[in-house]
Design a protein around this ligand. Structure first.
Ligand SMILES: *Cc1c(COP(=O)(O)O)cnc(C)c1O
Length: 493
């Protein structure tokens, strides 16, 4: 039986190309594969594959309606010299932990791993489905998605990209990266509100039936570059296998030896990819879900109750400042043995009351995970300790992960080898990083790029060298209520 996709909330089967073009299902659910494919050979047989070859091998299993040439072409265009290292995702060993550096793409965060390929998957899907409408990528971003999506889609024919970011919820460097974006088809708008406000408002427009009809009449259609799109999720599975194979190849682990994976988590996309990898046959013991002070997931994994009724806190790891982790719905779907009625119910409760509790049967499945969180103090302290001990700089998101890992070890004495998903370059968050390791506190993100480099004797990533001199091309700001108007104006509908 060919692998296809269906919504977590029920409905028809569709091909992967359709799911990629649509982004989110009509009923508001997320597309999930009819089964999670298995790796049916010893992993050791794969150790000599380079990143591109492995990406093809893994993704091919999820995208059966793409022919080899189409998929190879996408992979080729994505994982090339846009990355500043040929290995694409280096693994850095520091004692008992291996930092999987996922920030070597153009925008210095792990979102590049998937967003460098999504536009190509989307273009190929569109062609395959003979869709002539212009695709409008509509995205709300907590910082890193926005820039990575803008880079990926900039000047891609047949697409426009509109990015909304919370004015008060991204770092200065993240903001500057976005508002200096080039490309005729790119639009960037700051909104007065936080990430959840932005994401909810975008979701509402996305699902607005009348508005979608209006677009159709004008030869446009919406799609999403958020991690709800399976075209984002699938490429993220690749690097978990890649890092495992790296350990295997270098004799750091034995055949079938289990590892732990720690992921600094916001929307639950990156860690869900690790969960899918485990289901495919990657030997994973614990999936360690690390949150910042917005610790909804920590509470959920420890109680089975998801409760978003709290204020969003702005932290130094802004890409994790999220109260509704969209991708959790896909995990719940697996946990419930694919009971779409139950998922509908839970999501209704979340929408109406802001809280739900999963069944006792489902709670048993939470054992795959360990949930922890780090407050701001711990985050800063971790950056400092890791730098002092290993002369290795980590960004605040990665620091949250490492801090939770240390707590986990203390609590369990588990000696399993562990991979830490390192999700952003420390240069993207210079203020937090510099001030964590230096007593002379300085408040200027841009000046700090140079200073951080001198102080730590590390080199400035190419993408940031002249960021403070680039022309600001996007100046619009709007209120949450005006998002729809702004989109109408851009699309002239
Ligand atoms: C997006 C992001 C995260 C969170 O990833 P999710 O897939 O949303 O859980 C963590 N760290 C960084 C740097 C990010 O950009």
């Amino acid at each position: 039986m060919k692998l296809q996709y269906k919504s977590t909330r029920g409905g028809n089967l569709v091909d992967s190309s359709f799911a990629i073009v649509k982004g989110i299902a009509k009923d508001g659910g997320l597309y999930v594969p009819t089964e999670i494919p298995k790796i049916n050979k010893p992993l050791r047989d794969l150790i000599n594959k380079n990143y591109k070859e492995l990406a093809f091998y893994i993704m091919n299993k999820f995208l059966p309606d793409f022919n080899d040439k189409e998929l190879l072409d996408c992979v080729e265009k994505a994982y090339n010299q846009k990355f500043d290292t040929e290995v694409i995702a280096p693994l850095i060993e520091k004692d008992d932990a291996y930092f999987l550096e996922l920030f070597h793409g153009t925008t210095l965060a792990f979102k590049d791993m998937a967003l460098s390929i999504l536009p190509h998957l989307l273009k190929a899907s569109k062609k395959k489905l003979n869709i002539k409408d212009e695709i409008v990528i509509l995205t709300a971003t907590s910082g890193d998605t926005g820039k990575a999506a803008l880079e990926g889609f900039s000047d891609v024919k047949g697409t426009k990209i509109i990015v909304f970011f919370p004015k008060e919820g991204v770092s200065k460097i993240q903001e500057r990266q976005m508002i200096t974006q080039r490309g005729e088809n790119t639009y960037v708008i700051g909104i007065n509100g936080n990430f959840d406000d932005a994401q909810n408002a975008v979701k509402t427009v996305f699902n607005d039936k009348n508005f979608n009809e209006l677009l159709k009449e004008n030869d446009h259609m919406f799609s999403s570059a958020n991690s709800i799109n399976i075209g984002r999720l699938i490429p993220q599975i690749v690097y978990y296998f890649y890092s495992y194979l790296n350990l295997l190849k270098n004799n750091k682990i034995d055949n079938n030896e289990k590892i732990n994976i720690v992921v600094p988590t916001g929307n639950f996309g990156n860690i869900l990819a690790a969960y899918y990898a485990k289901k495919m046959g990657l030997p994973v013991s614990k999936l360690i879900c690390a949150s910042n002070e917005n610790n909804v997931l920590y509470d959920f994994l420890n109680t089975g109750i998801y409760d978003k009724r709290r204020d969003l806190k702005l932290t130094s790891s802004p890409s994790m400042d999220i109260l509704i982790s969209s991708n959790l719905e896909r995990f719940l779907y697996e946990l419930s043995n694919r009971d779409y009625k139950l998922i509908n119910n839970l999501m209704k409760q979340l929408n109406n009351c802001g809280v739900y509790e999963i069944t006792d049967e489902m709670k048993k499945g939470l054992n795959d995970f360990y949930g922890g969180y780090a407050d701001e103090e711990k985050t800063f302290d971790t950056i400092k300790k890791v730098f002092n001990k290993y002369n290795y700089l980590i960004d605040p998101h990665t620091a949250v992960a490492y801090s939770v890992y240390k707590d986990y070890k203390k609590e369990t004495s588990d000696e399993t080898k562990t991979i830490i998903a390192s999700t952003a370059s420390p240069y993207k968050f210079t203020k937090t990083v510099y001030n964590s390791i230096n007593d002379n506190k300085i408040d200027d993100d841009f000046k700090l790029i140079e200073k951080l480099s001198k102080y730590t004797n590390t080199s400035i990533p190419k993408a940031l060298k002249s960021i403070d001199k680039e022309e600001i091309l996007h100046k619009d700001i709007c209120d949450v209520e005006d998002i729809k108007n702004v989109i109408e104006k851009i699309l002239k509908v």
